[in-house]
Write a protein that binds this ligand. Structure first.
Ligand SMILES: NC(=O)c1ccc[n+]([C@@H]2O[C@H](COP(=O)([O-])OP(=O)(O)OC[C@H]3O[C@@H](n4cnc5c(N)ncnc54)[C@H](O)[C@@H]3O)[C@@H](O)[C@H]2O)c1
Length: 440
């Protein structure tokens, strides 16, 4: 557990519903700050693991959990009855997309429905799940009002978007400024008092809608810019210009330029999902975000583009049909075990569809589900497999990736992340192609 200074909090009891990538680190932070914390998750496998001090999130070690359990201030349960006595309930459940790309709020509405009969006067409920503007007021509030409590007087409701960056060790969670908002000024005040005790900087906005939209702006900004740089990389490939050199040069501008980098596509539970929440909300009012629509189109085109590039570059004029491809890394970003919306999945599905004989290795993921629902088991990264592969495809560059071993035993490396041109041994014999390096 990171070495935070526990402050003298008034030992309020905080319940956190949904102990995933967001809720589990958040619960640890409240424990560190001196709160009594009860974590609730309906996944009994997770609860059993946590009770045994076993972490399923890379950013938290077993020792972190054991320390929290031993503090006597952290309990976990699958039973909502354990919420009794909590002063605050924070909801961190998933907000994915439905098959038709519309918001799926079922996790959130189920949680609120189960929570309402358990609420009592004086409690604060905060939503941290990412969602479209209006959710807290139009969806959450009516469900919680079934408790019979009056919002702003007996029950306080707020929204605070979560900005955690799993796998990023460069910044302490509590140092990330925290946006807060309430349904009424009294609700907002409750959030301010609570979050000021745990976050270094709290940013109040006037409505829950503004807070919900701030999160969607942040993630739409990333979605659009990553899509743009991926299109830009394709352009550079065609112009025989190395996009990585171009980005490095442009990045020396001290103002007005933020670097984004090409990759196999946009993945994770947030960046590819949140803009579509915004798009859905916009559509309700007859508006269409052309930027989001276009970015989505560009993003969806990356697997085909990369499959074509790999085929063009295979040694001896080989075709994808029958080519042996060994993929390194299938998570949506390095150093975590999360494959939700990972760009590796559509790329692998595309390569298999085009007849490749494909295996993957990922130190964090033993099995993946492909687009057609079939499952693929991970394999060991053996010397024999590297030597046999017609192409070693780098989709995710985990820190533990054995660059030297891959470099010395492979014949052809296609790198979607620019991890080899910088780190490979100078005497590397393997052919190397990096997405956007202008070698097309
Ligand atoms: N993962 C991220 O990097 C990140 C960053 C910022 C915001 N968010 C947002 O935070 C929210 C949670 O994301 P996550 O990545 O932690 O998801 P997650 O899937 O890792 O965790 C959610 C947890 O909620 C539990 N759960 C679902 N419904 C429940 C219910 N009714 N009662 C009890 N438990 C329930 C699940 O079992 C799961 O353990 C989402 O809205 C996401 O968009 C995620």
């Amino acid at each position: 557990m990171e070495d935070d200074h526990t402050i003298q909090a008034p030992l309020k009891k905080v319940a956190i519903i949904g102990l995933g990538f967001v809720g589990l680190p958040l619960s640890m932070m409240f424990v560190r700050k001196g709160f009594q914390v009860i974590g609730i998750d309906y996944d009994t496998i997770k609860i059993t693991a946590l009770q045994d001090g076993k972490s399923y999130i890379q950013d938290l070690s077993d020792a972190d959990l054991t320390e929290a359990l031993q503090s006597g201030r952290w309990q976990v349960s699958a039973d909502y009855a354990s919420l009794a006595g909590a002063d605050t309930v924070i909801i961190c459940v998933p907000t994915p997309l439905s098959p038709d790309n519309s918001p799926d709020l079922s996790f959130l509405t189920d949680t609120c429905t189960m929570l309402a009969p358990l609420l009592r006067s004086g409690q604060l409920v905060v939503i941290e799940s990412s969602t479209y503007p209006g959710t807290t007021r139009e969806v959450v509030q009516p469900l919680l009002e079934k408790s019979g409590l009056v919002v702003g007087q007996e029950l306080y409701i707020g929204y605070s978007p979560e900005r955690i960056d799993p796998g990023n060790k460069s910044m302490a969670f509590s140092d990330i400024p925290k946006i807060i908002s309430g349904i009424t000024p009294a609700c907002a005040q409750q959030l301010l008092e609570l979050y000021s005790l745990v976050f270094e900087q709290v940013v109040s906005v006037s409505t829950t809608e503004a807070a919900e939209t701030a999160k969607l702006l942040e993630n739409s900004y990333r979605f659009i810019n990553i899509s743009f740089i991926n299109e830009f990389a394709q352009l550079c490939d065609r112009l025989n210009i190395n996009v990585w050199e171009v980005i490095a040069a442009a990045s020396t501008k001290p103002y007005g330029f933020n670097a984004f980098y090409p990759g196999p596509g946009i993945g994770g539970h947030c960046i590819p999902v949140d803009p579509l929440y915004l798009q859905w909300k916009a559509a309700q009012t007859g508006i269409n975000s052309r930027f989001i629509e276009l970015s989505q189109q560009v993003n969806e085109g990356i697997p085909s583009y990369l499959a074509d590039r790999i085929e063009q570059e295979l040694l001896d004029g080989k075709k994808l049909t029958g080519a042996h491809i060994l993929v390194y890394g299938v998570t949506y970003k390095p150093n975590i075990a999360d494959v939700r919306e990972s760009a590796a999945i559509p790329l692998i599905s595309r390569l298999l569809h085009r007849g490749a004989v494909l295996h993957y290795h990922d130190p964090f993921v033993s099995q993946i589900k492909l687009e057609d629902g079939t499952r693929l088991q991970g394999v060991e990264l053996t010397q024999e497999r590297l030597e046999q592969a017609d192409c070693v495809l780098i989709c995710t560059n985990h820190d533990v990736m054995p660059v030297d071993r891959i470099a010395s035993h492979s014949r052809f490396i296609f790198d979607t992340r620019h991890s080899f041109s910088l780190n490979a041994p100078a005497d590397m014999q393997a052919k190397l192609v990096t997405f956007g390096d202008g070698t097309q």
